[in-house]
Write a protein that binds this ligand. Structure first.
Ligand SMILES: Cc1ncc(COP(=O)(O)O)c(C=O)c1O
Length: 441
């Protein structure tokens, strides 16, 4: 097969006329910032996370009471993760455990809260079944101290971590955990009640890649968002589900703490600590507001939510198309002896976000040559990720995380998105064959 040269982008957004029309409608509506569309998207995401269904009518009074105040839409996953940690009361002198193999946002959100990040290496070659570079759970357990307040597992590429194992570990370490006491402020009081109710290190999932992924959890199929104590999602332009920029937080019910109270604190934290949002202030004689904390500005706008609402209508179809592409890649990689992520195993369905491959026996220089050769043929690839400890801001030293380094050394991420035709995928595969033959292994 010798195919004509094509241009294959790495991860362009899949935006249809549905999203474009909805954005036009919101622009004409007279309300463009946080408002009814954002609230509707929050309820629809809550319904999706609970049921796996995207077509539940979330404007009925029953659905409004069932699905409100369970998801908060924000302007990024980084903001969502930071607010998750702020609501949990994470602060100076606390420790937060983060995998060495992830994107900087997983760690930087904890640093913004003043916490100390403790990186944990991955297992050699990642999980033995899915090959996903998740934390080495034995090392994770050993890293827990009296100061540890949260662990941030990352469902990288859309593959769901082993949360049964993670919860078993944090439960076993309950004795080391001391909840904070209230400092008398509304946020400090809420955080203290949440820490007392959870009573152990919190599991705060970074699900930037994993909307729609699921895993069996103590005998039940659970969608990501309904497994960890708190979860953050990303709707950035390169993600499966996009609002251009954007993200969302969600959490499991916390005994003794109303969801509405947690939701309200997210609203305050994301809108300057102002006790009325812009929509509430437009009501007649409702101008006056208070500022209860000098907080952040990271709310989602209705323009972003308009994109999200129509993406959600299409999302199950988008996930299926991604799964078809993964099958095509799997066949070729298996034939070439290339190790790749396994996105679907018994009891775990990924959200099919990233296709990571690892070429046996090559070093960083050869990996980069293959990336170059693919680029010459018009195929954009990527590397997820250069381990965080290797980054300048984190010390540029990966010697304590040899498995993360080893995983990164021979890794390439192939383009995986819903604008790829079957012929495009064949072309990527042909380019991979050619590029790997050209370099000296
Ligand atoms: C694992 C992970 N966490 C967090 C983020 C941050 O997402 P956002 O850009 O929405 O803040 C990303 C972004 O790519 C990511 O890959």
């Amino acid at each position: 097969m010798n195919m004509e040269k094509r241009t294959i982008s790495f991860s362009p957004p899949d935006i249809s006329d549905l999203e474009i029309d909805e954005v036009c409608e919101v622009l004409r509506s007279g309300w463009i910032t946080t408002g009814p569309r954002t609230k509707l998207l929050e309820r629809r995401l809550a319904a999706y996370i609970e049921t796996g269904k995207t077509d539940i009518d979330c404007s009925t009074p029953e659905a409004i009471s069932q699905y409100s105040h369970r998801v908060v839409c924000l302007n990024s996953a980084t903001a969502a993760e930071e607010l998750n940690l702020r609501i949990l009361g994470i602060k100076e002198k606390d420790e937060v455990i983060v995998p060495a193999y992830t994107y900087t946002a997983t760690a930087s959100a904890a640093i913004h809260c003043g916490a100390t990040v403790k990186f944990v290496d991955i297992r050699k070659d990642g999980d033995p079944v899915t090959h996903m570079p998740e934390m080495d759970y034995e090392k994770m357990e050993a890293a827990i101290t009296e100061k540890t307040k949260a662990i941030i597992p990352v469902d990288l590429g859309g593959i769901v971590c082993d949360y049964e194992r993670i919860f078993e570990i944090v439960e076993r370490k309950r004795d080391l955990f001391t909840p904070i006491e209230s400092d008398g402020t509304p946020l400090g009081d809420l955080s203290s009640r949440i820490q007392h109710a959870i009573g152990r290190v919190a599991v705060v999932c970074d699900a930037a890649h994993a909307l729609g992924a699921s895993r069996m959890f103590h005998g039940d199929k659970k969608y990501v968002g309904a497994i960890a104590d708190f979860t953050s999602f990303s709707f950035h332009a390169v993600k499966n589900f996009t609002t251009a920029e954007g993200g969302a937080s969600t959490w499991l019910p916390i005994p003794g703490v109303e969801n509405g109270e947690i939701y309200k604190m997210f609203q305050l934290l994301s809108l300057h600590g102002q006790n009325k949002d812009a929509l509430a202030k437009t009501k007649i004689s409702e101008w006056e507001y208070d500022i209860i904390g000098p907080w952040y500005k990271c709310n989602m706008t209705d323009i972003m939510a308009a994109i999200g609402l129509r993406q959600l209508d299409r999302y199950l179809g988008l996930l299926n198309r991604r799964a078809e592409i993964i099958k095509q890649y799997d066949n070729v990689c298996d034939e070439l002896g290339i190790r790749h992520l396994i996105h679907h195993i018994d009891g775990m369905e990924s959200s099919n976000h990233l296709y990571l491959i690892r070429l046996p026996g090559i070093d960083i220089k050869q990996r980069n040559e293959i990336i170059e050769k693919m680029a010459e043929r018009g195929v954009s690839t990527n590397v997820h990720y250069k381990p965080i400890p290797l980054m300048t801001a984190y010390g540029a030293d990966c010697s304590d995380y040899p498995n993360a380094y080893d995983y990164y050394r021979n890794l390439i991420t192939l383009p995986l998105h819903t604008l790829l035709s079957d012929e495009d995928v064949d072309y990527v595969c042909e380019s991979l064959r050619i590029a790997t033959c050209l370099i000296e292994l």
